[in-house]
Design a protein around this ligand. Structure first.
Ligand code: NAD
Length: 509
């Protein structure tokens, strides 16, 4: 397949101070299309330290400006609503840019943009509703808690959901009055650059900036003394480096959304077809490159044979539905690039022998980065394929006897992003949900995320939460203001007991 570069221009520069501009560095990088390994561009620029400094200066100017820092919350909300509309108006172009860099099929790409639009709209609504708190003056002080933005924030993004991840970071950050510097993945920087250019119609210079680059650029951001907050989505290994860089620099606040190995328990009283549908869609969606993909499937012994046979057939059907992401009917495309393909293949070379491969287990064809939907049965508990995130369409299946048996295996992991339980017994659903060690639990569903509720990982799947009101909290810091002189007679004796003995404690009033 040849890329039609005339369809839309390919952005290759940095986006700083409201416009596309060149990096200080003369180096240029290449991106290849995972469908057929063809060159998309060899002109991608990476941001270096001086570029990051320029972006931070522009971000600080935006915070001081009347056109951003001086806006009221409803005005910020209206800007986010307009940003959502601009994304929707340009969805075909944005989806195309992600398609040629990481192979996301047309429908999946458009679906992700729709999610980004809804997320921007959701946080547009929050902009003037993120209230503070007051506590009565019964200790001699009126106590006010207000939520203040950090100021200059950075978002470091993975490649598997480029536009969705932009919305995850950008929407709550701007709703609460921050400014944002995004570093997209080196594998998929195009959509972020285009979004920034499109949104410059509504966002003043410095409010949204995009610095493409690899790990080195991310590290500069993580260590920058004027950046106060980093929100990172990516692998656990990188997340730990970012946490360390933050600690070694200015102790910037860090939110980490890391990998997962979602366990899904299929009990014999479940709706069989529903469980089958979710199990298949969850691990084949985005070719398995989803942090919440149900990659560990546990099936109760009494239905295991029947379920496994049906699951293998569904996965074979998914393999048949793989194809050119440009075809609107294609459901599953390639893995994101050669590096991701060799990573998945490498895990099979390393310990494919420690499991039964019921279907798949190899690259499809010899062009592009396609990997067959795969079912592994009874993998060795020590196999990397079973223990670690594969980030490909590979499901590990084991059987269990009862609730305890399922919970023991499900929780025997350092990951804790999402888990699922399929059963018609509400009591069991609640018992098991309570004991699953994960940030989210799906009952009779999995791989589902909702704007209204917090999303994030327990254990080594992350720190902090995104979405809902928790997303607002992750971009603000509470400030307490104590106003002295509101003492009421009735509270006076209590105050004497509680007061801290400083010169101006309430009992001296
Ligand atoms: P990655 O960790 O390799 O890279 C993520 C980003 O970090 C990239 O932009 C990369 O350039 C940057 N980076 C690399 N080294 C860095 C460093 N030392 N300092 C700062 N930045 C650095 O992850 P990936 O391969 O791009 O994405 C896949 C991973 O993301 C998977 O583990 C997946 O589970 C995870 N993910 C998690 C969520 C979630 O919400 N929990 C969502 C999507 C993806």
């Amino acid at each position: 397949m040849t890329i039609n570069h005339d369809k839309y221009p390919i952005p290759t520069q940095l986006f700083i101070g409201g416009k596309l501009c060149d990096s200080v560095s003369p180096e240029r990088y290449s991106i290849y299309n995972p469908v057929d390994d063809s060159l998309v561009t060899d002109q991608i620029q990476y941001a270096v330290a001086e570029d990051v400094d320029r972006a931070v200066a522009s971000a600080q100017a935006a915070l001081q400006s009347e056109s951003w820092g001086g806006l009221s919350a409803p005005e910020r909300g209206r800007k986010l609503m307009r940003a959502a509309a601009i994304l929707a108006e340009n969805k075909d172009e944005i989806a195309w840019l992600d398609r040629i860099t990481m192979g996301k099929p047309v429908q999946a790409g458009l679906g992700e943009i729709q999610m980004a639009v809804e997320l921007l709209e959701y946080y547009a609504g929050w902009a003037d509703k993120h209230a503070g708190e007051t506590y009565p003056a019964d200790h001699g002080y009126l106590k006010i808690v207000q939520h203040e933005p950090f100021g200059v924030c950075a978002g470091i993004l993975p490649w598997n959901g480029p536009i969705g991840m932009i919305a995850f970071k950008l929407s709550p950050a701007l709703a609460t009055g921050n400014v944002m510097i995004l570093k997209p993945s080196e594998k998929s920087p195009l959509s972020a650059l285009r979004v920034a250019a499109l949104l410059s119609d509504v966002l003043p210079p410095g409010v949204l900036q995009v610095l493409p680059g690899a790990g080195a650029t991310g590290d500069i951001l993580a260590r920058h003394p004027q950046i106060r907050k980093i929100s990172f989505t990516g692998s656990g290994i990188t997340g730990k480096k970012i946490q360390k860089a933050s600690a070694e620099s200015n102790l910037k606040r860090v939110t980490l959304e890391l990998g997962g190995k979602t366990p899904a328990g299929v009990f014999d009283d479940c709706n069989f077809e529903n469980a089958l549908e979710w199990a298949t869609n969850s691990i084949t969606m985005n070719s398995g490159q989803v942090c919440v993909a149900a990659s560990r499937l546990y099936v109760q012994e009494s239905i295991a044979e029947r379920f496994l046979a049906a699951f293998v057939e569904k996965m074979k059907a998914a393999a048949a539905a793989m194809g050119d992401p440009n075809d609107a009917k294609t459901m599953y495309g390639p893995l994101a690039d050669k590096a991701q393909l060799s990573r998945v293949q490498g895990m099979f070379t390393q310990d494919g022998g420690k499991t039964q491969i019921l279907t798949g287990g190899q690259r499809r064809g010899d062009e592009g980065c396609f990997f067959e939907p795969t079912v592994l049965y009874n993998p060795d508990p020590d196999a990397q394929l079973y223990k670690n995130e594969i980030f490909g369409p590979v499901a590990c299946v084991r059987t269990f006897k009862d609730e305890e048996d399922f919970l023991r295996m499900a929780n025997d992991s350092e990951y804790g992003l999402m888990a699922a339980v399929f059963t018609k017994d509400l009591g069991r659903a609640m018992r098991v949900s309570a004991r699953l060690e994960s940030g989210s639990v799906g009952v009779n569903c999995t791989t589902a995320i909702n704007w209204q509720t917090p999303f994030g990982g327990s254990k080594q799947s992350g720190i902090g939460r995104e979405l809902g009101k928790w997303g607002l909290q992750s971009y603000t810091e509470p400030k307490t203001i104590l106003i002295k002189g509101f003492l009421r007679g009735a509270g006076k004796r209590e105050v004497v007991a509680l007061a801290i003995p400083f010169p101006h404690t309430p009992y001296q009033l």
